[in-house]
Design a protein around this ligand. Structure first.
Ligand SMILES: Cc1cc2nc3c(=O)[nH]c(=O)nc-3n(C[C@H](O)[C@H](O)[C@H](O)COP(=O)(O)O)c2cc1C
Length: 268
């Protein structure tokens, strides 16, 4: 995505919907946070934008925390209206969010629906961009139901052709094996050019390491970030990943730099 992550562990959408925890997340050693999911013209969207403005006044983009925002269509928006609304949110997040994830949202939406909508969003957003900071990079969320037993490469290629720079691939706990196989196939097909974000069921340093070894560029956690042991979890995982990468962990005191994650490396 052309972004520089201080490490591959991120906080998944739904945890810090409106950006109230950004400072804490940066301090806890996370490499990224995904706000949302949010819908256009909602009080939560405005809250997240305000929180991001405050955060950016102290910390410039991507330094040291990469911030994404997950957007989804409003539940009752007419089909043709949704891309216009999301494109307008994208413009509203210029200079604030590093990337935006498009969450297909509605139960029952298919990859074909989402592709059509994604194409329309890109068209509206680019056409109406005007001068100013560049638009956030685009990531598409592939719900677990879309990847179960399905060859992921054609879907990924179709989104990449339309301008997606990354895919957020969700896994069900019971489907972790298929999920790892999908990551491997995607990494093989796309090399380092596509950012692959794995989410779902990552609750031990071992599962984190396995997802990265399978080809994920980044991993996201939700349940593992809850409770009083969350900072220890992040530390322990970073140390384990650093050991796998460098042979032995570097100084643990400053977490940033233990495992600097260049997306182009593809895996850790
Ligand atoms: C309370 C809660 C709210 C969530 N809200 C969202 C959301 O708004 N958007 C989204 O894409 N995922 C949402 N998720 C899914 C999480 O981002 C994550 O994919 C899921 O919890 C699996 O990760 P885990 O096994 O680490 O918990 C939510 C999950 C939980 C538990």
């Amino acid at each position: 995505m052309g972004l520089d992550f201080s490490n591959p562990i991120g906080l998944a959408a739904g945890f810090d919907r409106c950006g109230m925890l950004l400072d804490g997340a940066a301090r806890s050693g996370l490499g990224s946070v995904e706000l949302g999911s949010l819908v256009a013209e909602s009080p939560d969207f405005d809250r997240a934008r305000s929180a991001l403005r405050v955060f950016r006044s102290v910390r410039p983009r991507g330094n040291p925390l990469v911030v994404g925002v997950s957007l989804m269509p409003r539940p009752h928006s007419p089909w043709r209206q949704a891309p216009i609304e999301i494109a307008s949110c994208l413009r509203g997040l210029r200079g604030l969010a590093d990337y935006v994830t498009l969450n297909p949202g509605r139960a029952g939406s298919t990859p074909a629906d989402c592709l059509e909508r994604f194409g329309a969003i890109v068209e509206h957003a680019v056409r109406s961009a005007g001068p100013g900071p560049s638009l956030p990079q685009l990531v598409v969320k592939l719900p677990a139901a879309w990847s179960a037993g399905v060859e992921p490469v054609p879907i990924a290629a179709a989104f990449a052709r339309l301008g997606a720079r990354g895919l957020l691939i969700a896994a069900e706990r019971s489907g972790a094996h298929d999920h790892a196989a999908s990551l491997r196939r995607l990494r093989l097909a796309f090399g380092p050019s596509l950012c692959l974000i794995s989410v779902g069921g990552i609750d031990t340093p071992g599962t984190a390491a396995l997802r990265l070894a399978a080809g994920a560029t980044l991993i996201q956690i939700h349940c593992a970030a809850r409770g009083s042991r969350r900072i220890e979890w992040i530390d322990e995982t970073l140390v384990r990943l650093a050991r796998a990468k460098f042979g032995r962990p570097r100084k643990i005191g400053s977490r940033t730099g233990i495992l600097h994650c260049q997306e182009t490396e593809g895996r850790s």
